[in-house]
Design a protein around this ligand. Structure first.
Ligand SMILES: Nc1ncnc2c1ncn2[C@@H]1O[C@H](COP(=O)(O)OS(=O)(=O)O)[C@@H](OP(=O)(O)O)[C@H]1O
Length: 416
């Protein structure tokens, strides 16, 4: 009875109110913590999505902060990446294969050229039946992040030292482009890791956004055209090309910055300098035989799926080149001259600084290194060496990049 009278206190009116208040406050606390933990796990995706929307409305701050973060992250990654270290020094096997292939190709070019239509041959059809993935198979990985990770619909496949980083960073300003910052090297070095691994590297995209990546070594990788075709036969390919002589010097400058002990450019460029025998198997020179590499790609992809960017024009008229790239990708022309300014110290166009940020928007110090002075006679010989291949490349692409004019000028000034 005594026990009953002590518990019956809970049934009396005043304590029932206290009990109610206590339960209520417990529930509110529980609800508050649940919401907080949910918010924390969603915070980054929300910001990202909001940022994207903000771009279209007025709130630029979040977008800018996020872009700055991505930009500086990509800067860090481009400095001395594994890609840069290993592409310049190919393995002995690759080197031998490449040399053999280059020599054979140069020999066969003495015979009449193939017609442009003949390149896109039956190998493509066979390949497609065996390996092609359907669109629905490509769109599976939905993450906590808003949107979903997709395999790229467009890839900057080359060329090394052409201006690929500048192009990718300018494209990333576009709200409908999402690109991975570093170079995945999937189709040349990581292919055995599989498409799921590759897809997982990509940023999540919203409906209507394009997923992109850049790995410049794909352009000169034998297996890359077939492998990329088997992933997506309708993929768009972008190739930034630059005068092969300047490109070779830029490539050499990069290697030299990491290995100061290597022989001079003049020594590496020749098999026999007295005989004027150019070493076309040296990767710095081989990469510049664009017609040779393009031929492999044309066996799998029609020219309509390729877009060639002039590395030279990307420096003097970035907005002009960006307009053409955006058209090719089916994007609205959002990245325009308003986004660029010429930075005199850097000597290159840079992306304009957002008002509230002090982070530089120029590319890092691994871009725009001072090139060593090369013997003008060697430069002249290299221009002569590349001339027929450049002509062939102009014919194949239907575009004249006018590298011979530069060569003529250089030859003239070196004679003065
Ligand atoms: N806006 C801007 N800023 C800096 N550099 C620019 C820019 N546009 C094009 N370039 C040229 O890009 C060259 C480097 O090319 P890549 O980015 O393709 O190099 S890499 O293959 O990724 O290492 C780099 O070559 P180097 O000057 O020889 O370093 C530049 O000439």
């Amino acid at each position: 009875m005594a026990f009953w009278s002590s518990t019956s206190i809970f049934t009396s009116k005043v304590p029932r109110k206290i009990l109610f208040m206590f339960t209520l406050s417990l529930s509110v606390t529980y609800l508050f913590y649940s919401l907080m933990s949910c918010y924390n796990s969603l915070q980054f995706p929300l910001q990202e999505n909001y940022a994207y929307q903000g771009r279209l409305v007025t709130e630029e701050t979040t977008f800018v902060t996020l872009r700055e973060k991505l930009y500086s992250a990509s800067q860090g990654l481009t400095e001395f990446t594994e890609a840069e270290r290993t592409t310049a020094v190919s393995t002995v096997k690759d080197h031998a294969e490449a040399e053999q292939r280059t020599v054979e190709w140069i020999r066969t070019q003495a015979s009449p050229t193939k017609s442009a239509t003949g390149y896109h041959n039956t190998a493509v059809e066979k390949e497609h039946q065996e390996f092609s993935t359907t669109d629905s198979e490509l769109r599976v990985n939905c993450t906590m992040d808003y949107g979903e990770k997709k395999l790229p619909q467009a890839i900057i496949i080359g060329v090394k030292k052409g201006g690929t980083r500048a192009l990718l960073e300018a494209l990333r300003v576009h709200p409908d482009v999402r690109a991975v910052g570093n170079e995945p090297h999937f189709f040349d070095r990581n292919y055995e890791k599989g498409l799921d691994w590759y897809r997982d590297l990509m940023p999540s995209t919203l409906e209507g956004q394009i997923t992109m990546e850049k790995t410049p070594s794909y352009f000169v990788t034998n297996h890359a055209p077939k492998r990329i075709h088997s992933m997506a036969r309708d993929i768009k390919l972008i190739i930034v090309v630059r005068n092969p002589v300047t490109r070779a010097i830029s490539d050499y400058t990069q290697t030299l910055s990491k290995k100061p002990e290597i022989p001079t450019f003049e020594v590496l460029a020749f098999k026999n300098r007295t005989l004027g025998l150019i070493d076309a198997s040296w990767s710095a020179l081989r990469i510049g035989i664009y017609a040779l590499h393009l031929e492999s790609w044309m066996q799998y992809f029609p020219l309509s799926q390729m877009h060639f960017v002039s590395g030279e024009r990307l420096i003097v008229d970035p907005a002009g080149e960006m307009a053409k790239v955006q058209d090719f990708l089916g994007l609205k022309r959002i990245v325009t001259d308003k986004h660029f300014y010429f930075n005199k110290t850097k000597g290159f166009p840079c992306l304009k600084k957002p008002e509230d940020s002090s982070t530089p928007r120029c590319l890092g110090k691994s871009k725009g290194r001072t090139h060593p002075k090369i013997d003008p006679d060697v430069i002249r010989r290299l221009h002569k060496f590349y001339k027929p291949f450049n002509m062939m490349f102009y014919q194949m692409t239907g575009q004249n990049f006018e590298w011979e004019l530069e060569g003529d000028n250089e030859s003239r000034s070196s004679q003065d």
